[in-house]
Write a protein that binds this ligand. Structure first.
Ligand code: UTP
Length: 295
């Protein structure tokens, strides 16, 4: 029957090579993943979430014009020296969180954005024979326990592939990867099938995958066939679907609220939700929101 893995989860792949067309012109010369929610870029939220889940090694799949993403996790030598000279200790402390262990972050290049599945395949040498997490930085999750941490727990329980899932309105199934489900205990859902962006009338459920995954390395062999799926792209969902029946495969209804920051409305909502979580800002934000909603 299906093979279980007991290898520890230490690696994460962060695909950041997309074109970000929905945020043009902001993303003409700047990576979408550098857009800030309040004061922190999306990529930093993703790295912090991964660290909280025990991830120690990171691979960003980048493309042209994405160097700021790499710079962000380097030491800003001149800036730090100037801040130290001026005794700006608070600002220095903020920068501390952008440091990663030397040698723990690598990048690989996806020269042409042929799809998410192709982006993950580009990280094959980094992945090797190990289980790995994927975080799409434009999905932001506000939760008590890190969303990836919840998946890591489920991976340890099930020993197989795990994806974060949430219910979406049926009329939106054509925007997401959708599950065909088997046994369902309310939190863990057995995955019987996966379809990328099905029309509402063809969707097997309204349970959608969000941008958090724990996958077994065997998915790379399926992606390597470069079969084109929805939108003529190499779809990760199609590669994952080939693992069903071979290995355990579950969805996790995670605790938390997800914001689709690749979409303008989702991005704006995230700004408000995250600002309201900041004690020093919440009151002012609530007050100005009232002036708009009362109008
Ligand atoms: P999206 O579907 O949001 O595409 O990709 P996009 O290009 O970033 O944005 P739009 O739709 O043009 O506005 C989801 C994630 O997959 C990555 C993106 O960087 C994003 O993190 N991706 C997508 C790649 O790395 N390579 C690809 O070929 C496609």
């Amino acid at each position: 029957m299906s093979q279980k893995s007991s290898k520890p989860l230490r690696k994460a792949v962060l695909p950041v090579a997309g074109l970000g067309t929905r945020f043009l012109p902001a993303t003409k010369a700047m990576a979408k993943e550098m857009l800030p929610v309040v004061d922190k870029p999306l990529i930093q939220y993703a790295i912090e979430e991964a660290r909280a889940a025990g991830i120690e090694q990171f691979c960003m799949v980048t493309g042209r014009g994405k160097t700021a993403l790499v710079e962000h996790f380097d030491i800003a030598f001149e800036l730090e020296a100037t801040l130290r000279e001026r005794n700006r200790h608070e600002a220095l402390a903020v920068l501390e969180a952008t440091r990663v262990e030397p040698g723990s972050m690598v990048t690989v290049r996806q020269q042409v954005p042929l799809g998410l599945g192709h982006a993950i395949w580009c990280a094959r040498a980094f992945i090797g024979d190990d289980p790995f997490a994927i975080l799409l930085p434009d999905d932001l999750v506000l939760s008590e326990q890190s969303c990836l941490g919840q998946l890591a727990d489920a991976y340890r329980e099930t020993g197989g592939n795990v994806v974060a899932v949430t219910e979406v309105p049926r009329e939106h199934t054509n925007r997401y990867g959708i599950l065909d489900i088997g046994l369902d205990d309310g939190r863990l859902v057995e995955v019987k099938g996966l379809v990328e962006k099905p029309a509402p009338e063809d969707a097997p459920s309204n349970l959608s995958i969000i941008g958090r995954y724990v996958l077994m390395p065997e998915v790379i062999g399926h992606l390597a066939r470069m079969e084109r799926g929805a939108g003529n792209e190499v779809q990760l969902t199609d590669g994952m679907a080939k693992l069903i029946g071979q290995q355990p495969f579950h969805g996790v209804r995670y605790e938390g609220k997800r914001f689709d920051c690749g979409d303008k409305i989702g991005f704006l909502e995230a700004q408000i939700a995250f600002a309201l979580k900041r004690p020093e800002m919440a009151e002012a934000v609530r007050a100005f929101l009232k002036t708009y909603t009362d109008a």
